[in-house]
Design a protein around this ligand. Structure first.
Ligand code: ATP
Ligand code: MG
Length: 329
């Protein structure tokens, strides 16, 4: 099986967007690839985190991933800081990366334009090198990415080729894999904005997997839509309804075409009420599984055996590079 690697930042509570855009695809990938998933807690601290919340979010992600159906027998699940090689390799890669390349990263450009360069920390600037290290340590063939991360994977490929040219073949050049169901779930209160776990100002627009199911139901009922009463998919002119159709389709596996037919004579209220119940039942199910995972106390063991497996691979890789650089004998 070919190897695939992906990460998630413990920057907040896991959202329905994370489920639809990432976790749901992993359920399929775990049978098709040798899947490595890590919780990117170093990336999280590029923005200040409360330490207790960071710890809780880290553990919750692991528990929720298992609750959603990731099988620890198939998937290697670990925490980034359990493997010291990530930060070590990241520094080495800093020395193979040009300022101009990092300056060109759109995520950084957006943030520095918004906040001003002098108020952006260096960790955020060099974030793509840490991400490159996360990837290159494990020689994965595929990195599943949304649009927002594609540029960072391209940079990872450039850096990997540069290192390979200088040191001989040390890295596998990874390929970005755009998921078939690459839905980008938008905020319920502002469908022009992505649903993001770190966006605390946007609680109403965001469904968290650990939301009270009745609260989540209300969030769907009050989701922003347009004044035209017809239910059909049109991202540009009907972003609110299109987003709800995406969520509905993803949670039920009914195609958007079929949903448009089903609701061709319905009003928004009827459509939203059905979706609100679907979301509510989905959360009830996930939360009961989440509780079982916590009760069974398996998380520490899963993360520990994930770390053991990851560490073996990562330490060999770093050692190989250290030797080539004259940093180890
Ligand atoms: P943050 O606000 O800290 O960036 P996030 O919710 O964007 O948090 P990430 O940790 O950046 O989450 O990403 C985890 C995974 O979830 C990635 O694979 C990402 O593509 C996916 N993802 C995040 N938000 C969405 C969304 N709204 N729709 C679909 N997929 C998403
Ligand atoms: Mg994100």
């Amino acid at each position: 099986m070919e190897r695939m690697l992906s990460g998630i930042k413990p920057t907040g509570q896991v959202t329905l967007g994370n489920y639809i855009g990432a976790i749901k695809n992993f359920l399929k990938y775990q049978d098709e690839y040798e899947l490595f998933i890590f919780i990117a807690n170093l990336h999280a601290i590029t923005v200040f985190q409360d330490k207790l919340e960071l710890k809780k979010n880290t553990k919750d992600i692991a528990a929720l991933y298992l609750a959603c159906g990731l099988d620890p027998k198939k998937v290697t699940l670990f925490i980034q800081t359990d493997i010291l090689e990530h930060a070590n390799l990241s520094f080495v890669l800093n020395c193979f990366t040009y300022m101009g390349e990092l300056n060109r990263m759109t995520q950084y450009k957006d943030k520095s334009q918004k906040l001003g360069e002098s108020s952006i920390n260096v960790g955020l600037f060099t974030y793509p090198d840490l991400m490159a290290a996360d990837i290159l340590l494990y020689d994965p063939k595929y990195i599943p990415v949304g649009d927002d991360q594609k540029q960072h994977v391209e940079l990872t490929r450039d850096i990997a080729s540069r290192v390979n040219n200088r040191l001989g073949n040390v890295f596998v050049i990874p390929e970005p894999l755009i998921p078939e169901n690459g839905a980008r779930i938008m905020s319920l209160s502002d469908p022009s904005k992505k649903m993001s776990k770190s966006d605390e100002s946007n609680d109403k627009g965001c469904i968290y997997l650990l939301d009270d199911p009745d609260v989540a139901k209300k969030k769907i009922m009050s989701a922003v839509t347009d004044s035209d009463a017809k239910i059909f998919f049109d991202r540009e002119n009907k972003p609110g309804i299109s987003n709800l159709l995406e969520i509905y389709s993803s949670l039920t596996d009914i195609s958007i075409k079929d949903l448009e037919k089903k609701y061709s004579n319905s009003n928004y209220g009827e459509f939203k009420k059905d979706l609100a119940n679907i979301v509510k039942n989905f959360l009830i199910d996930i939360q009961s599984k989440y509780k079982n995972v916590l009760d069974s106390k398996i998380i520490e063991d899963v993360l520990e055996s994930g770390a053991q497996k990851a560490r073996l691979i990562a330490s060999k890789k770093l050692n190989k590079i250290y030797k080539k650089l004259g940093l180890a004998s």
